[in-house]
Ligand binder design. Structure first.
Ligand code: EPZ
Length: 435
């Protein structure tokens, strides 16, 4: 079916120069809005990113009776006292993978949840066995049938849970449910990502008792009731990192504001290694590059290692570097789908298994390409900004899932990037999810 679709048209070659303001972290916000239904009181959340994924999540929550009051573009008030039922199966819930956070939140509060699993997925198989294992350890019966996860318990009781893999989603989900279980829960081999800490801080502001978030052992003493709070979401580490690479790849000079430099350390270290200048301030970081970038080796790892969500952006930088690099993707098996697009712009990259072998080229040339997923899409925009000539990027709704005002923020830095509306065929499958 033909409909009006949006695409980016980029004229490359301009170094990005100036200042950019980073918004709230999408992946923290998704979990925080889900967790806010765990109290009957009204929770106020500030620094909410206005991106498609968080908006779909809020819509999904409204569809089960949650009251969502938008105060302004970045502030939302949520009241979950009117949740109609815990059997959720609406179209909007299925659109977004992060809806699995409603499982932990509903199970914690109502001791029952029925949430459909989203369908296919773009970056890898993404099982939920560790979420299920955690809920079962807390005493819940969990069944997955016909794509629906049903969890219920007479009561949840704290437990000692060892995660078999380091997983952000399962750590957060189990942490939410355990916050309202009876007694103590210990999560070992927990994920340490900044958004795990942010969700723990949020739950603690609501009256939960969580200690150790940010280390690999999280201790939770369950409470029977959570209460209202006002909370501000942390800055988005991945949005910030994306602009850092945009500065580096275009040989620009950008001050990236409203960030927590500590969260960016693995990214800053790599950029330094490949020849960028980095200056850290209290809540901003400046990235400048004047010369051709140097090659390096990267392996994606859980935090504080190099993030998988910053892998495609690094791929673009290294594809223009002066030598041979490798990138090993150890978190998701399907995160090199930007490579074919980049090769059509002149890159020299070969992927074998989970490793990309990259031989740097001097320049890219503009091409008509498409965004295969959120971060890969953002990386290809950076490639277009560095390329000679024009680049057209289709399927930009992926990028809009996680970057607020991406094109206008880039334009303010001097980029030539426009959104063009054309009649075309939408290639997405509606339920494909990437978050
Ligand atoms: C979160 O996904 C993020 N999404 C992803 O952001 C991010 O790439 C990822 O964490 C890693 O940092 C949200 O926060 C909404 P995981 P999540 O559970 O929670 C395996 C973006 O671009 N695993 O940490 O789904 C899994 O297969 C994105 O914003 C199990 O084996 O990731 C993977 O190999 C996309 N069993 C590894 O753990 C499980 O039960 C890490 O996954 C769960 C996960």
């Amino acid at each position: 079916m033909s409909e009006e679709i949006e695409r980016y048209v980029i004229k490359g070659g301009n170094p990005l120069v100036g200042e950019v303001e980073i918004g709230g972290a999408k992946n923290a916000a998704l979990a925080i809005v889900a967790a806010s239904i765990m109290t009957d009181e009204t929770v106020s959340i500030e620094n909410m990113p206005d991106v498609r994924d968080t908006n779909v999540m809020l819509e999904a929550m409204q569809s089960i009776g949650v009251n969502v009051d938008r105060i302004d573009r970045h502030t939302v008030r949520i009241n979950g006292s009117m949740v109609k039922n815990v059997n959720i199966d609406t179209e909007s819930i299925r659109k977004i993978r992060a809806s699995y956070y409603l499982m932990g939140a509903l199970l914690g509060k109502y001791k029952r949840a029925e949430v459909p699993l989203p369908g296919g997925c773009d970056i890898g198989s993404r099982p939920i066995d560790q979420h299920v294992k955690g809920f079962r350890a807390l005493g819940a019966n969990v069944d997955i049938k016909g794509g629906i996860v049903k969890a219920s318990a007479e009561k949840l009781v704290g437990a000692h849970i060892y995660m078999d893999v380091v997983t952000v989603g399962a750590t957060i989900n189990v942490m939410m449910a355990a916050s309202m279980a009876e007694g103590k829960t210990i999560i070992e081999n927990a994920a340490k990502e900044p958004h795990v800490v942010d969700v723990a801080n949020f739950l603690n502001s609501m009256g939960a008792n969580i200690k150790g978030a940010g280390t690999d052992v999280i201790r939770i003493s369950g409470v029977s009731r959570l209460r209202k709070c006002t909370y501000s979401v942390i800055p988005d580490q991945i949005e910030a990192g994306t602009f850092m690479y945009a500065a580096a790849v275009t040989k620009g000079d950008v001050l990236i504001k409203n960030v927590i430099p500590k969260h960016l350390e693995s990214i800053s270290a790599k950029l330094l290694e490949i020849g960028c200048q980095i200056q850290e301030f209290d809540d901003s970081v400046r990235v400048a590059a004047t010369k051709r970038l140097r090659p390096t080796q990267i392996k994606t790892l859980p935090y504080p290692g190099y993030p998988t969500d910053m892998q495609p952006q690094a791929g673009v930088a290294l594809a223009l570097s002066d030598g041979v690099s490798t990138i090993t993707e150890s978190i998701f098996e399907n995160r090199f789908r930007y490579v074919d697009e980049l090769v059509s712009m002149g890159a020299n990259i070969r992927v074998e298994g989970n490793t990309a072998f990259i031989e740097g080229v001097e320049s890219f040339t503009g091409a008509h390409i498409k965004a295969p997923d959120l971060r890969a899409g953002a990386a290809l925009v950076i490639a277009g900004l560095a390329a000679s000539g024009s680049t057209v990027i289709d399927d930009i709704y992926y990028i809009q899932r996680g970057y607020e005002d991406f094109d206008s923020k880039l334009r303010k830095l001097g980029a030539h990037i426009e959104v063009e509306r054309v009649n075309g065929k939408v290639s997405r499958e509606d339920f494909k999810v990437i978050s």
